[in-house]
Design a protein around this ligand. Structure first.
Ligand code: SAM
Length: 282
């Protein structure tokens, strides 16, 4: 019988055995790179705040390594969405070991209406499938309501994506994703994760990123205006803004926003992009 202590060991079989028993040969098309290292899954769970209890949303539990760690570190409840039906028996086994604490939803997370299933204040923790990780992050960052229903994101990304999310102006990683993420959230890289921690190893190093929603975006702007400005500016990132923003108003727009027309997009702070979005708004 499973231990009934909140943080007790779950007495489930080792993950390698779970994978063998359920024939879970990793599928590249689903971004399946599994984590077996219990120290690492515990570290991610603690970074996500599992020790404080509460409800967590996990995208892509796979065989359940991170799910098990979230539960054993103290998550009150985990709502897990998995697209690969082969993983469901393993996840049901975890649900049975933690009665009432794990809800498994068999679905594509990109298509899920999260407002219908996630309680306010939910924390999101996931070792994301790399092929849809950025799309999911953008989905979470562009909810019409702000602050959003989620209280934090603790997510695994390819390191290069993590650097784009957290980049400051002036560097090669600074771009649309940095502006969008940091306009609405604080974002930082917590730690790197070596390729060898995954089965099979991905081609590049990964990193855990933590995002927390700001109560208010960094500066006022309409999201749709900000997206148009950053798409045009970074779409031609080597050009001066007076050139790349020509279709949106060019020099007149830059003057209205008080921005040097000869600047390039990587020179601009997020508040400058917000000023451009406000100047563009009509
Ligand atoms: N959480 C597990 C771990 O850490 O070992 C597995 C992580 S693996 C990188 C990504 C998981 O996301 C896989 O189990 C995959 O089947 C699942 N997945 C891929 N695309 C998905 C989608 N659109 N919606 C939900 N799950 C998805």
């Amino acid at each position: 019988m499973p231990d009934s202590n909140k943080r007790g060991p779950d007495k489930l079989p080792p993950l390698r055995d779970v994978i063998a028993a359920n024939g879970l040969s990793p599928k590249k098309s689903l971004g399946q790179n599994f984590l077996f290292d219990l120290n690492l899954t515990r570290k991610i769970s603690r970074a996500a705040g599992a020790g404080d209890g509460g409800t967590f949303y996990e995208v892509g539990p796979g065989p359940g390594g991170l799910t098990r760690a979230l539960l054993s570190e103290g998550a009150g409840k985990v709502i897990a969405v998995e697209r690969d039906g082969r993983c469901l028996p393993a996840l049901e086994q975890i649900a049975a070991a933690w009665p009432g604490r794990l809800e498994v939803i068999s679905a594509d997370a990109l298509k899920l209406d999260e407002a219908a299933i996630l309680p306010r204040g939910v924390r999101i923790a996931a070792n994301l499938p790399y092929n849809v990780g950025t799309a999911l992050l953008i989905k979470w960052l562009t909810t019409p309501q702000w602050p959003p229903r989620w209280a934090s994101l603790t997510l695994m990304f390819q390191k290069e994506v993590a650097q784009r999310i957290t980049a400051a102006p002036g560097g090669e990683h600074y771009g649309r994703l940095s502006v969008l993420a940091q306009w609405r959230c604080t974002a930082k890289i917590l730690f790197d994760v070596n390729r060898g921690a995954f089965v099979p190893p991905p081609s590049v190093t990964s990193a855990i990123v933590r995002l927390e929603p700001r109560a208010q975006p960094l500066a006022p702007a309409e999201l749709s205006d900000l997206e148009k400005i950053t798409a045009a500016a970074f779409g031609q990132r080597r050009k001066m803004l007076r050139q790349s923003l020509k279709p949106l108003g060019g020099e007149a727009l830059l003057e209205k926003a008080g921005i040097d027309p000869t600047a390039r997009p990587e020179d601009l702070k997020i508040t400058d992009f917000a000023a451009l979005a406000r100047a563009f708004h009509h």
